[in-house]
Design a protein around this ligand. Structure first.
Ligand SMILES: [Zn+2]
Length: 303
């Protein structure tokens, strides 16, 4: 991490490159980090510039993988993927509401299709499963997550399924396929309460990390798993402030926005602004417009 432009107008540097993916392997992407932390409700917080720790960690892994047979990426390659088409229906399970289909406003996508036409999205023809590691979270943690998930589903039409609790710890290099834990399907989205001790990327003002992993087959990139890692101490502090519940919900909703496929936009009027705005804790018109498009991706029976 490094210093830099103090006006906070530039996008996050970890909105990384988006070259086309040609393999089935999950593309290792640095998760997006959000620093709306302790001063969330007050004055602006510093925004990191330069490569994030997560980015550097992923790059380090990639370098290691090029020389170490038996390393992580090799393991993924050998482990391949679950059988294609798990729970895939012939038609979308839902659709975005008409109101969000006509929404307009600033939004950006985390990644675009290899042909550059349309964003990378989840298959709307299968549910998005998620698990929660509740340990260390606030007493109302489950309710907060469920509410934020419901917001995502309502805005996108995507169907989410709560698979309950897990003991899986968050990792930057999490496997997209963990059959020993979750069976022969893509690993569910992991929502985990964590600490800066466990997840160094949460150090400082960072209160959450969110993102998803795409695979590409037949020229179509599709998200197959993702994660949200929440800074439990920071969010517990936020929850103790006036309007803290709304603010915490805003953080979790923002991170789930990354999971569904939104990137940051430099617009304080949108929830996907990289820095929190106290008056903006719900999805706004630009956020809704982006989520509506992300809810109308292609079905992916081949993934
Ligand atoms: Zn973010």
């Amino acid at each position: 991490m490094s210093g830099g432009d103090p006006d906070g107008l530039n996008p996050w540097v970890d909105a990384r490159g988006r070259g086309p993916q040609t393999s089935l392997l999950p593309a290792p992407r640095p998760p997006l980090e959000d620093q709306v932390g302790i001063r969330f409700l007050g004055s602006p917080v510093a925004v990191r510039r330069g490569p994030s720790r997560g980015f550097l960690a992923v790059m380090a892994l990639l370098v290691a993988a090029s020389t170490a047979v038996g390393g992580r990426w090799w393991s993924i390659e050998q482990n391949v993927a679950p059988p294609a088409g798990y729970e895939e229906s012939a038609t979308p399970l839902g659709s975005p509401p008409a109101a969000t289909m006509v929404a307009t406003g600033n939004h950006a996508f985390a990644a675009m299709q290899p042909d550059g036409i349309g964003p990378v999205a989840w298959s709307p023809c299968r549910p998005i499963h998620y698990v929660v590691r509740a340990e260390g979270g606030p007493p109302n943690g489950a309710e907060l997550i469920a509410t934020a998930v419901a917001r995502m589903s309502a805005a996108s039409g995507l169907v989410f399924v709560d698979d309950g609790l897990t003991q899986e710890a968050p990792r930057l290099d999490r496997d997209a396929y963990e059959p020993e834990l979750y069976g022969k399907r893509w690993a569910p989205v992991l929502v985990a309460w964590s600490t800066p001790d466990e997840t160094p990327s949460l150090a400082g003002d960072t209160v959450g990390i969110g993102g998803s992993a795409p695979v590409t087959r037949n020229g179509l990139a599709v998200y197959v798993t993702g994660s949200v890692t929440l800074d439990a101490p920071d969010l517990t502090g936020i929850l103790a402030t006036p309007d803290g519940t709304d603010a915490a919900l805003g953080v979790i909703t923002h991170e789930l926005g990354h999971v569904v496929g939104l990137d940051h936009v430099d617009d304080p009027a949108q929830l996907m602004n990289p820095r929190a705005t106290p008056s903006v804790s719900t999805l706004q018109q630009g956020d809704l417009a982006g989520l509506a498009e992300l809810g109308t991706g292609a079905c992916a029976p081949h993934v």
